[in-house]
Ligand binder design. Sequence first.
Ligand code: TLP
Length: 348
Amino acid sequence: MRQIELRSDTQTKPTPEMRRAMYEAEVGDDVSGEDPTVNKLEEVSAQTLGKEAALFVTSGTMGNIVSVMTHVQRGDEILLEAQSHIYFYEVGGLAALAQAIPLLVQGRRFSILHPDDVKAAIRSPNIHYATPRLMCLENTHNRGGGTVMPPERMAELKQVAASKGMAVHLDGARVFNAAVALGVDVREITKHVDSVQVCLSKGLCAPVGSVVAGPKAFIEKARKNRKMLGGGMRQAGVIAAAGLVAITKMVSRLAEDHAKARTLAEGLANIRGIDVDLEAVHSNLVSYDVAGTGLSGAEYVEKLRLQGVRCGAQGPTRIRMVCHNDVSMDDIKETIRIADSVVSGRLT
Ligand code: TLP
């Protein structure tokens, strides 16, 4: 049976154009800086993101940890939103590898940090305290449900960070989704941070890879940290070629994924027992609660799987569905029909 794959946009397959570009890629040893395709990807990424330089890394997780390690020293404090991906899903790397201590601040509506909460959390210098060195933001916010932080809010947070001597790193795994949702150039978002990590392998469909962008000196140091973590790749142009297609050609189509997510959310909202906050659907993710259906999240996921729809549970009764290039609007309509049948008990 064909599966409608809504677990994540990480599930996207490389497009035919990417496969061609990979086949034809000119390559060299990237550890020596001699892979022309990687160099091109790094140049284009830096320019696109409005930063001096960029670094190609294997994954979003590596991009974030390399950035964090480059910003902080052992024992420093990092401020993060309590549900942030870096804190929640990155294997404790900030403690294990960067040897930093997290300072968690709960976001408000849509998991968006408020400057007052951030100001209240950052302590004044004292011999007893860890040094607050870095603030990490996430846009769009994954566990928030793909929610968008407006650039004005990022500017306010950057100002608070700067006033405390802290740098700002953006986990921009889906920052192009944020830019498309806001209808702005991505630089309107990235100009408010010192460094940014962007995934090429989510909605942009590359098979692998992320880029980190920031000031030249920062990227030079990050390059050494990447090497230390074993992320120095050799003829990496083979994968960077797909990344180049991702960043130059796949951004504007993200609007289609947002339209699919909107249709999906509205369809699910009509099903009795399903609770979707339609105002929280900002991009390609739809996060909703199935407590009212009498099913647990795990039961709901399993029943849909048996009918050919794959999704994930994010909590005991919270479900996430992610729209992307490999699901069509017809798939979305079919998903709504199946969810309705499962919840109403017509299908078991
Ligand atoms: N997120 C994945 C899973 O890890 C949960 C997903 O399916 O959404 N930052 C953010 C905001 C992310 O959503 C992800 C991946 C990452 C970083 C890490 O990227 P990878 O998976 O490339 O290490």
